[in-house]
Design a protein around this ligand. Structure first.
Ligand SMILES: Nc1nc2c(ncn2[C@@H]2O[C@H](COP(=O)(O)OP(=O)(O)OP(=O)(O)O)[C@@H](O)[C@H]2O)c(=O)[nH]1
Ligand SMILES: [Mg+2]
Length: 687
């Protein structure tokens, strides 16, 4: 058994808006804990957490970074997550597998879209959190305003530290639990000018904490005070029950206010043991499994990394049981067996071999073939299966093309590796346009992937805005339309005639072929040839060459010739008949309509709604979540191709959006005419 107990094993994610100082705070925590000998900095590339070349270059986190360390008899895993909406899925996935969160909020500007998004993710997943108001040394830092904005998020902040000074005069914090001032020179008495404010804030703290527990409240009402151990007990209970969010403050880069945060992260957030039993999807007694070393093994994979030396690494959080090298496990998600090789602890980009892992530990395992992010691993026999981690779907697609001809296979194979690493990327071929599409969470996500592709595999690709996958269909019935192939002069004769009736089907129901031939007008064995001809003709519609969908085709009659009729003749007859029938049935162009969800600070709502309307979109709802407004709308895909960059410029980078396919709808005449004209021009240019 490993020597750190489950009750002393901690894991938490640092979450929040991009640029508010999550990575810097992670570095300050690592340094404060003695895990790193020097303070890593984002700005000079010395960060232990932002270790990828793309992260150093852009000075931003693009993938969650795991760092495990031991401090004060505890084993702690800190996971720094990206704040940018392009990479945010990593943070949401990590929260599924960790026991707590530190929500970073800048003292400049307070809560922003990313802060609100990650707070709601913590709430949804039931993850207890601490809040840290960072950057108090920055120009325009305003502690009160930042706390006010967090209060508006309804996270019930309980202030544990107060800032001493602000902006360039920020010099430390008052620890309200111990009533001491902490600064660069260590601990001292609370400065006289802050004594009243500190006393009031402590009073507030005690009152709020008392409200978390009936026994404490009774004592507080009777005696007007609580002992230190009672305050701590109330804080622990309130935090873990998510009734309150302890709030601390400081400056990550000046390393001020960080020690109380390290204390709170291990004393107030729950350990793997405190968290208690996990719900299981299958097996286990009473649908749960205890986070105990002797319980059946279960683990969740929350990250996959491609390492140049070790190959693919799966990063997993052990939920129950123990893990040792050379064990065979079951991938419960895929139903396959996996042999475990080495176990490694992650320290940013470094790995350290370890002999064993238990509940609450986060470890990396190399070369698990069938394992992807989100999967659940269990013991080979008698294991329990946890619910898989849901993976958000990408929203933006780019058509990709190898820069040099002949590189195609390498491009697709290498991209396949990156897709393995990052589950929110998708690589696929759009059958109707023939393009290879790389889909991701945003423009920057896709562009960073292309950059990684070049660095890791030495291949270059070009990105293009994808073609919109339009469809064609009909709007009325056309009856008894003849399809005929007659070639009986000279050589081998060809003869086949079919009569088709076409009618519209509901959206999304596809093509249906109904054989209504009676009396052998078309021989039985040749009817499938008619169907084949119809289906082939569906591949390219009469308007602009897009696939034809949602039509019932009835083959009602036909003619044949005892010698000249054959499969080829009836296939062509079917194809001709179908094309003619579609042309007679008032064909229309269908365009994909997307469900779009935009979130942005309330002040931008008017602009965003106006812009959605100008894109032929229909706003369906608008709902406030704290200071963020969520606008849901349906917008044609063709109007959304460049939306990411336009939303960024409209909201000064404070807006983000998600998009998913909803349905196909008839394109208005002006759009149809434009697409038809473009297709005509393309055909003319090609011939
Ligand atoms: N003055 C000051 N600057 C800070 C502080 N914390 C972070 N910064 C600076 O703010 C910038 C962004 O900090 P990061 O730590 O990379 O922010 P992040 O939240 O990890 O950002 P993403 O990875 O993009 O989500 C860097 O230039 C830091 O040096 C702080 O407390 N005070
Ligand atoms: Mg970062």
């Amino acid at each position: 058994m490993k020597n750190v107990k489950v009750n002393d094993t901690h894991s938490f994610a640092i979450v929040g808006h991009s640029g508010d100082g999550k990575t810097s705070l992670g570095e300050a925590l690592l340094h404060a804990a003695g895990a790193t000998p020097t303070l890593g900095r984002v700005d000079d590339g010395s960060s232990h957490l932002n270790y990828l070349p793309e992260e150093k270059e852009r000075r931003t986190t693009i993938t969650s970074s795991v760092y495990s360390f031991d401090a004060g008899g505890r084993h702690v895993t800190l996971v720094d997550t990206p704040g940018d909406s392009n990479f945010q899925a990593d943070g949401q996935i990590a929260l599924h597998a960790l026991d707590g969160a530190v929500l970073v909020c800048s003292a400049v500007g307070g809560v922003k879209v990313g802060t609100s998004r990650m707070w709601h993710a913590c709430q949804r997943l039931g993850v207890p959190a601490l809040a840290f108001v960072n950057g108090l040394d920055r120009e325009n830092a305003d502690f009160e305003a930042a706390v006010g904005s967090l209060r508006a998020l309804e996270l019930k902040p309980v202030v544990l530290t107060l800032p001493i000074g602000a902006e360039s005069r920020f010099s430390g914090v008052v620890d309200l639990l111990r009533m001491k001032a902490l600064g660069p020179q260590g601990e001292r008495e609370v400065p006289a000018e802050l004594a009243d404010a500190a006393r009031d804030a402590r009073q507030q703290l005690v009152e709020t904490v008392a409200e978390c527990d009936d026994a404490l409240l009774e004592k507080y009402l009777e005696e007007g005070a609580l002992a230190d151990d009672e305050i701590l007990r109330g804080l622990v209970a309130g935090t873990r029950a998510r009734a309150i969010t302890p709030l601390l403050c400081g400056s990550a880069t000046l390393e001020l206010g960080v020690a109380p945060l390290l204390w709170a992260a291990t004393e107030l957030l729950p350990s793997a043991g405190d968290r208690g039993a996990w719900a299981v999807a299958e097996g286990g007694s009473g649908g749960t499994v205890e986070p105990a070393p002797e319980a059946p093994f279960s683990a969740l994979v929350f990250k996959t990394m491609i390492d140049r030396y070790t190959g693919t690494l799966s990063v997993l959080r052990v939920v129950s049981g123990s893990l040792r090298p050379d064990l065979t496990l079951q991938n419960a998600t895929q139903g396959s067996k996996e042999r475990i090789g080495k176990l490694m602890l992650l320290r940013g980009g470094e790995h350290v071999d370890i002999p064993e892992a238990g509940p609450g530990d986060v470890v990396a395992v190399a070369k698990l073939r069938s394992v992807h992010t989100g999967h659940c691993l269990t013991a080979e026999k008698g294991g329990v299966r946890l619910a898989e981690i849901p993976i958000p779907q990408g929203v933006i697609s780019y058509a990709i093309q190898a820069k040099s001809k002949g590189d195609e296979d390498k491009v697709y194979a290498s991209l396949g590796r990156l897709v393995e690493e990052d589950p929110t990327l998708h690589l696929g071929r759009e059958a109707s346009t023939g393009e290879f599409l790389l889909t991701g969470m945003g423009e920057l996500h896709v562009r960073t992937t292309v950059q990684k592709l070049q660095r890791m595999f030495g291949v270059e690709v070009q990105l293009k805005t994808p073609k919109v996958p339009y469809r064609e269909t009909i709007t009325r019935k056309a009856e008894n339309v003849e399809g005929k192939l007659k070639k009986q002069s000279g050589g081998k004769g060809m003869y086949g005639v079919c009569y088709l009736t076409v009618e519209p089907r509901p959206r999304g129901e596809g093509i249906e072929f109904v054989d209504q031939i009676v009396g052998g007008a078309i021989p039985r064995n040749l009817i499938p040839a008619v169907e084949k001809g119809v289906l082939e003709a569906c591949a390219a519609g009469p308007l602009a060459g897009f696939p034809v969908v949602d039509i019932r085709v009835r083959c009602i009659d036909g003619k044949h010739h005892s010698v000249d009729s054959n499969e080829m003749a009836f296939k062509l007859a079917g194809s001709f008949g179908f094309k003619t029938a579609v042309e007679q049935a008032r064909p229309v162009l269908l365009e994909p309509i997307m469900n779009v969800e935009v979130s942005a600070p309330t002040e931008f709502v008017g602009d965003i709604m106006g812009d959605v309307s100008s894109r032929r979109g229909r706003v369906q709802s608008s709902e406030a979540q704290g200071m963020t407004q969520i606008i849901r709308a349906q917008v044609p895909m063709s109007e959304m191709l460049e939306y990411a960059s336009q939303l960024t410029s409209m909201t000064g980078g404070q807006g983000e959006f998600h998009m998913a396919f909803s349905h196909y709808d008839e394109a208005p005449a002006n759009v149809r005419d434009k697409i038809v004209a473009e297709a005509g021009a393309a055909r003319a240019a090609a011939s």
